[in-house]
Design a binder for this molecule. Sequence first.
Ligand SMILES: [Zn+2]
Ligand SMILES: [Zn+2]
Length: 359
Amino acid sequence: MERRDLRADDVAVRVDYCGVCHSDLHALRDHGGRSAGGDEAAGASAAAAAAADETAEATDGGSSVPLVPGHEFIGVVTEIGPEVQRFAIGDVVAVGNIVDACLVCDMCTAGQENFCREFPTLTYGGVDRRDGRPTLGAYAREYVVREEFAHRVPEGLDPSAAAPLLCAGITVWEPLTALEVGPGVRVAVVGLGGLGHLAVKLATALGAETTVISRSAGKLEDARQLGAADLLVSGDGPAMAAARGRFDVIVDTVAVSHELAPYLELLALDGTLAQVGYLGPVTVETTDLLLGRKKLTSAGSGGMAKTAQLLEFCAEHGVVADVEVLPSSRVGEALDRLARGDVRFRFVLDMSDLDVDPS
Ligand SMILES: [Zn+2]
Ligand SMILES: [Zn+2]
């Protein structure tokens, strides 16, 4: 694949590490393959599988929009456009899941480019605002990005373990900070995947008492190691009943359809359930909110200022993701294992095997 020539305000980044996000799996499935379903158009599955390894053209529906996943990465600046102010060649930078926005609407000027009224340009699967071409992600050795959407990586952050902060991390950081999680706040985190494990680490580092809510009692040791004080098993009726009213904030990271009522019951007066896994339409009994003046909210991704703040916080508090680093050639294995939930807690691809041998 080829990146665009640098515009005046672009930096070229040699991608060193890119996290493997659940969104990448969904994008590949939507692209026509890599699912267990049997209704894929002939050839589409092979195309999507190939897309995981290299750029591939989809053949379904007659369209030919290429897909390259990857939207949480860290690398080194290799080239800068003539008007670039903030970066120099050799700087270590990080990029998340948006790479452009209008920068003038009320959301952008409030530092929430992720909610841009014109919709932000996604790192992959989006359309470039200036040339109209599809954006291709960071399962690649190079990415070219407008400098406003790259972040300086503070000293002391391991780049492979910090890469997942750019999507999984910021997605939980924004609600945690918007809800003023800190000392004295009782937090529960539902689900212990890529997002959940970072939510536990961040809430704990912010000073909150944190509990993991999981289907499995076997997660207790993991929860403790991540800093949680306790584990609550969601299928344990008596334990759930005893925990009624116990939490001020619940961050629910489970991205498959489920009832919210059992979690609303666990909230204290004025407590908030922040649903960060996309569920589509949900049904909520008004009384479950009314009794205790409870709030249901959601969030996704993050603005540039909040992302920079997260990176500084993580460098200061020694917070990074627990990762399993694989060479990029093993991306298929990473995706298959992620689909089975067999990951502790985030796969990160090492892109150095993409270098072409000069001989
Ligand atoms: Zn993501
Ligand atoms: Zn905007």
